[in-house]
Design a binder for this molecule. Structure first.
Ligand code: BTN
Length: 247
């Protein structure tokens, strides 16, 4: 696909680590590092990401001309694009949703996660952003913090990794253009339409505390606004959320 350069590895420690090395060595925007397996797959908040062969692991190098705080939008662009892309690959009527900030759930179980990392210069402008994604295509781990699933389990067996990647890239290109031309507002709208838990009761686990209450808004900077059961407004910028399961 024009604008992207794919670098495929059989096995690596982590595609984010590889992509970061290549970014520091001057690689151009659009580089995608894909690995068939990872020995040190990394997740958000210091967790590991189970990375056996059969699933999709890739990291994309981006160089948006903006501040690091604005570049956070990429995380939401990616989530919306992946939600649309997986929805198109799965049988009709299968429920695909985003869980704050950028997990993708199928039938309320996690199928994809993103690890977005960035580096900035002394003025706070972005040097590079690395958007790493793991998609459970064939298998999913048991005994993880959040119940997991795979595309295969949810009704789309035998998908080629290349097909899943290309589908994501098509949707990503479209949503990234919208973000560049119109800003975060349409991305926020699209994210909210696809989200799980908005307006409903959730529990948010932060490093320092845990809150339960209503997920009442996605702020313009991507943070989550919660009204706790005690009536307090809490702005969440980092943490894990657990929506109440819908039956
Ligand atoms: C999460 O939900 O915790 C984020 C998971 C991100 C995993 C992907 S797999 C490709 C890339 N390389 C890594 O080491 N992590 C990301």
């Amino acid at each position: 696909m024009p604008g992207y350069f794919l670098h495929t590895l059989d096995d690596t420690d982590s595609t984010n680590i590889e992509c970061k090395k290549m970014a520091e060595n001057g690689s151009a925007e659009g580089l995608i590092v894909q690995a068939l397996s990872q020995s040190l797959g990394r997740g958000r908040r210091g967790r590991s990401w189970s990375s056996p062969k059969g699933n999709l692991y890739f990291s994309m190098l981006l160089k948006p001309k903006c501040s690091v705080s604005k570049a956070l939008g990429i995380s939401f662009v990616s989530a919306v694009a992946m939600c649309d892309s997986l929805g198109a690959l799965l049988p009709p009527m299968v429920e695909v949703r985003v869980k704050w900030p950028n997990d993708i759930l199928i039938n309320q179980r996690k199928c994809c996660g993103f690890l977005v990392e960035s580096s900035s210069d002394s003025n706070g402008n972005v040097k590079w952003v690395i958007m790493g994604a793991g998609v459970n295509v064939e298998s999913f781990p048991e005994n993880v913090d959040y119940p997991a699933t795979s595309l295969s389990f949810e009704g789309s067996p035998n998908l080629a990794l290349r097909e899943v990647l290309l589908s994501f890239l098509r949707h990503f290109k479209r949503w990234k253009n919208i973000w560049e031309e119109e800003g975060f507002s349409p991305i926020r709208e699209a994210w909210m339409e696809r989200s799980i838990g908005m307006g409903k009761r959730i529990t948010a686990n932060l490093v320092e505390a845990s809150y339960t209450g209503i997920f009442s808004d996605l702020n313009a900077d991507g943070s989550l606004l919660m009204i706790t059961d005690g009536g307090k407004k809490v702005v969440i910028t980092s943490g894990d959320i657990f929506p109440e399961l819908e039956v």
